[in-house]
Design a protein around this ligand. Structure first.
Ligand code: FES
Ligand code: FES
Length: 159
């Protein structure tokens, strides 16, 4: 069966089994390998993407559920290869180490900022509560998201 949805603003049609995981469709069918697999069980958030602006674990979402939806992946943050302000903040604050959690953290952070989230530590901790990081101790990730939120930016690109 064929499913139509948008990925990072581009109309997309996939002829796949409806129960195929969105994570696999993104990585294997669409070659969008920025989205990572960690646990594969909805526990770690490494596979986080946005569906209609909401953070979801793409390892738990079947393709049939995104029919007609707008899916955003980490590739969509830098469409021309230029980092957005949140990605730049991760770079400047050391928010990424091994990088496995980073795409998911960026998507959770992006959803938080796009929803008007304030640079408040407790709020940011809550926003990334579904995303695990084994490397950073979270402080630098929170600093990065706070810096981007403080800048009051949206999805503008860094010049
Ligand atoms: S890989 Fe999806 S939540 Fe861990
Ligand atoms: S940077 Fe390694 S898991 Fe977060």
């Amino acid at each position: 069966m064929s499913y139509r949805f948008s990925v990072n603003g581009a109309p997309t049609e996939l002829d796949v089994p409806g129960m195929r995981r969105l994570l696999d469709a993104l990585r294997e069918d669409l070659a969008l390998t920025g989205t990572k697999e960690g646990c594969g069980e909805g526990e770690c958030g490494a596979c986080s993407v946005l569906i209609d602006g909401k953070v979801v674990d793409s390892c738990l979402v079947p393709v049939c559920q995104v029919e007609g939806a707008n899916v955003q992946t980490v590739e969509g943050l830098a469409p021309q290869g230029r980092l957005d302000h949140l990605q730049q903040a991760f770079l400047e604050h050391g928010g990424a180490q091994c990088g496995i959690c980073t795409p998911g953290m960026l998507m959770a952070g992006r959803a938080f900022i796009d929803a008007g989230g304030a640079p408040v530590e407790d709020d940011i901790r809550e926003a990334i509560a579904g995303n695990l990081c084994r490397c950073t101790g979270y402080t630098k990730i929170i600093d990065a998201i706070a810096a981007a939120a403080r800048a009051g930016e949206t999805a503008d690109q860094v010049d």
